[in-house]
Design a protein around this ligand. Structure first.
Ligand code: NAD
Length: 431
């Protein structure tokens, strides 16, 4: 099939590369000239495991092309996927300006029946906005708008795309459903076929529910700390209950990234707009906002209120491992708070440092590895659970630290073991 994909971000590029790998003929339209230049050299513009290899293979095969031109690439496509960003406005509402611009450009170049599917996360009613935008420009051309939300996770995007739990198709046209099913046939995964509005809501309900699990276990962790309980054991027991499941029950610094924070806020906004008070989702948002404040206070207590001239070593700055994405990263927020106190901060992250340099003051020290961070630090903070942080030479770390204090916000290490090494070890939900 001939497929055009608008946007070469995390969603659009993964969709382009993986669909090309299935044998479809893909044109990915990207407006950012910097990204386009990197793609023209067969380089992935961000860090995402496995993507580079499949990108190169499919560019070479001639099935995958990149351009900034809508002309010719819209009229010839059987289906167009919109994968542009939908960032949050200050009031929580989703900013649809990129999507509206893309819809206009699609309309201007449309000249026969086409399916237009939105993979961007968009509020209820957005399919109608796309439809009206196109109808206004091309009233005589027939087309169908489909809501087809994406559930991939950065860091495992290729595997998630290739093996999704479900494929949501939201539309009112059986012709469009048949075309979508043809696109995704090689996946052989379960479909949920519904109307546009329900499909749009599914994505927000999905992300808000996962965010709720994270905020919930963090509250349980707070209580465990007070009563000498162990949140890891509580989480394990909860996870063994088939009705709950083990995923997204890891206590830590709260959820971040480019999706959960904005999707939770947008869901609240959509509830308010429709006079439905989403009290649980509001509580989750508030709990997550307060999470960094309370962990900052805890760090302050551990170092006995002494920030001046205290050297703080940071391991991990991305919002999760296996990505270079620092958007809404809890690690970044905590580091920014620490820097405001005039503490000295040095950081190592396997992939996120180039992005972090753009957000942090020039005086921030970035190191080549974990051990350079530990050297002469008064405290070491684990903020992202990268695999390579899990088997450090702890004797060496202890030797390098000025004071053997560790605050492990991801519960990477075992408390008893760390005490044996002679660390003053603090973690989440089991002190
Ligand atoms: P992104 O910001 O990484 O990428 C969007 C891309 O679209 C950018 O490269 C931008 O230059 C391009 N673009 C914007 N307007 C354009 C236009 N008119 N024509 C061509 N290109 C244009 O965003 P993302 O992380 O890929 O997310 C895209 C959407 O998917 C969002 O709605 C997001 O909420 C949703 N989503 C993201 C993820 C994720 O893990 N990142 C997962 C599921 C869903």
């Amino acid at each position: 099939m001939k497929i055009s994909i608008i946007g070469a971000g995390y969603v659009g590029l993964v969709q382009s590369v993986c669909l090309a790998d299935f044998g479809h003929e893909i044109t990915c339209i990207e407006k950012d000239s910097r990204k386009l230049k990197q793609l023209s050299f067969s380089t992935v513009p961000f860090y995402e495991p496995k993507l580079d290899e499949i990108l190169k293979k499919n560019i070479k095969s001639g099935r995958l092309k990149f351009t900034n031109q809508y002309k010719d690439n819209i009229s010839s496509a059987d289906i167009i996927f919109i994968c542009v960003g939908t960032p949050p406005k200050k009031n929580g509402e989703s900013d649809l300006s990129y999507l509206k611009q893309a819809s206009k450009e699609i309309a201007e170049n449309l000249n026969g029946y086409t399916v237009i599917a939105s993979k961007s996360t968009v509020p209820v009613g957005t399919s109608k906005i796309i439809e009206n935008t196109i109808k206004k420009i091309k009233p005589k051309i027939s087309f169908d708008v489909v809501s087809n939300p994406e559930f991939l996770r950065e860091g495992s995007a290729v595997d998630d795309f290739m093996r999704p739990d479900k494929i949501i198709i939201g539309c009112r046209s059986s012709k469009a459903v048949t075309i979508l099913k043809k696109v995704y046939k090689p996946l052989n995964r379960p479909y949920v076929i519904t109307n546009n509005e329900t499909a749009e809501i599914i994505k927000y309900a999905n992300n808000s529910f996962l965010a709720t699990k994270i905020a919930f276990i963090n509250e349980v962790a707070d209580l465990c700390e007070r009563i000498h309980g162990d949140v890891e054991v509580v989480a394990k027991a909860l996870g063994l209950d088939g009705r709950i499941g083990p995923k997204f029950l890891h206590p830590g610094p709260g959820y971040g990234g480019s999706c959960f924070p904005k999707d939770v806020k947008s869901f609240i906004y959509q509830g308010n707009k429709n006079l439905v008070d989403l009290k649980i989702v509001k509580a989750v948002d508030l709990a997550n906002e307060n999470r960094i404040k309370s962990l900052f206070e805890r760090t302050k207590k551990i170092i006995k209120n002494k920030f001046n001239n205290t050297q703080i070593g940071i391991l991990g700055i991305t919002f999760k491992p296996n990505t270079d994405d620092i958007r809404q990263s809890p690690a970044l927020k905590l580091v920014q708070d620490l820097i405001r106190t005039k503490a000295k901060v040095k950081i190592y992250d396997p992939q996120g440092m180039e992005n972090a340099k753009k957000e942090l003051p020039k005086s921030t020290e970035f190191c080549d590895d974990e051990y350079s961070v530990a050297k002469d630090s008064d405290i070491l903070l684990f903020l992202t659970e990268w695999n390579q942080f899990k088997s450090l030479n702890l004797s060496k770390i202890k030797q390098l630290l000025k004071k053997p204090i560790i605050f492990d916000l991801r519960n990477i290490y075992n408390r008893k073991e760390m005490k044996k090494y002679g660390f003053k070890y603090y973690s989440i939900g089991n002190n």
